[in-house]
Design a protein around this ligand. Structure first.
Ligand code: SF4
Ligand code: MG
Length: 327
């Protein structure tokens, strides 16, 4: 079966005062129907920009999608006109962000904000939209929905607002939900509730989720398939079980080692030495080489390509290349 979305060699650049920065560098992956794909990596690795590119949110003059294709249900999103894209965005593809406040209108009542996509995309009249909005608020686990309808965003807690964002996101029955760090700003208990909510909707509706996170705990909870990004590139990908049990890339191993486990003292926590290289100073090399304990000569001068490992995972690292490529 055709995947729901197929991203092929997507590249996205930004134009900064200091020069052009490639934030997403030839990234390819697919999302199947009903699947949750997690993109994981440190901040600045290109995971959010990948999501923004899919949503058509990278705009000139600040930046642009410089190459590749994003095939969604038979059409390349990068080649659609603005109106068609707008009708897909918020309807077939919905998005939630880390900061719900940044996507909600502070001077508009919650009820109106939930009703808006229902009237725009589903062409409901006001009465239908109101009834549906109340139903949606109930579905995301908020009691007294009528009262919430008449509230303003500042009157609700962060967890409640994220539930409202989810209500808006699922209101049109999206095929794909893109969630960028949806629980990062929330405390642990609320975080678990929100993840449960998302998982429940996914199971009921069969929608797919593209989840962006830096948190491997979230990945373990949610992912079917995991993509590890570093400096704008995919360095490893695979099924969640294989990737956690048998991480291959030294960066993935470092990430897993730095994940806190129950009962561990903070000072015992491992952290990957060094820093992400400046995107302005990237030379052909493995971009992780300065931080890697396995660095070889070839790693400093040639870029490893993402390759199948035979176990369903793909990895971009010279440790897994055949010997003849070194010559
Ligand atoms: Fe380390 Fe070399 Fe693999 Fe990069 S290619 S992760 S430097 S071993
Ligand atoms: Mg981000």
């Amino acid at each position: 079966m055709e995947p729901l979305m197929n991203i092929d060699r997507l590249s996205t650049v930004f134009f900064t005062e200091d020069g052009k920065v490639t934030a997403v560098d030839e990234v390819s992956f697919s999302i199947r129907e009903g699947e949750t794909v997690c993109i994981v990596g440190e901040s600045g690795c290109g995971k959010s920009v990948t999501a923004m590119s899919v949503m058509g949110l990278v705009e000139e003059p600040g930046g642009k999608v410089a190459g590749g294709s994003i095939n969604f249900r038979g059409e390349d999103l990068l080649r659609l006109d603005k109106n068609t894209l707008r009708s897909i965005r918020g309807n077939e593809i919905a998005m939630i962000f880390q900061e719900p406040m940044s996507s909600l209108n502070p001077v508009m009542k919650i009820g109106e904000q939930i009703m808006e996509p229902l009237t725009v995309h589903l062409r409901m009249n006001k009465k239908q939209a109101r009834a549906q909005a109340i139903e949606l608020i109930t579905q995301v686990g908020i009691s007294r929905p009528e009262q919430i309808m008449d509230s303003y965003p500042h009157e609700l807690s962060g967890g409640m607002l994220q539930r409202i964002m989810i209500a808006i996101a699922i209101s049109c029955g999206p095929k794909l939900l893109i969630a960028d760090e949806p629980t990062t700003a929330l405390d642990v208990t609320i975080q678990a509730q929100i993840l449960d909510l998302l998982r429940g909707f996914k199971e009921d509706s069969g929608m797919s989720i593209l989840l962006i996170t830096h948190d491997l705990g979230v990945v373990a909870e949610m992912a079917d398939y995991v993509i590890v990004m570093y400096s704008g590139q995919i360095v490893e990908e695979g099924g969640v079980v294989e990737l956690f049990q048998n991480p291959k890339h030294p960066y993935t191993r470092g990430l897993l080692k730095s994940k806190p486990v129950m009962g561990q003292r903070l000072e015992e926590l491992y952290s990957i030495p060094g820093q992400v290289p400046s995107p302005l100073a990237l030379e052909p090399s493995c971009y992780f080489h300065d931080r890697c304990g396995h660095c070889m000569d070839v790693c400093r001068t040639r870029q490893p390509q993402l390759q199948e490992t035979g176990s369903g995972q793909k990895v971009a690292c010279w440790l897994y290349e055949e010997a003849e490529v070194y010559v």
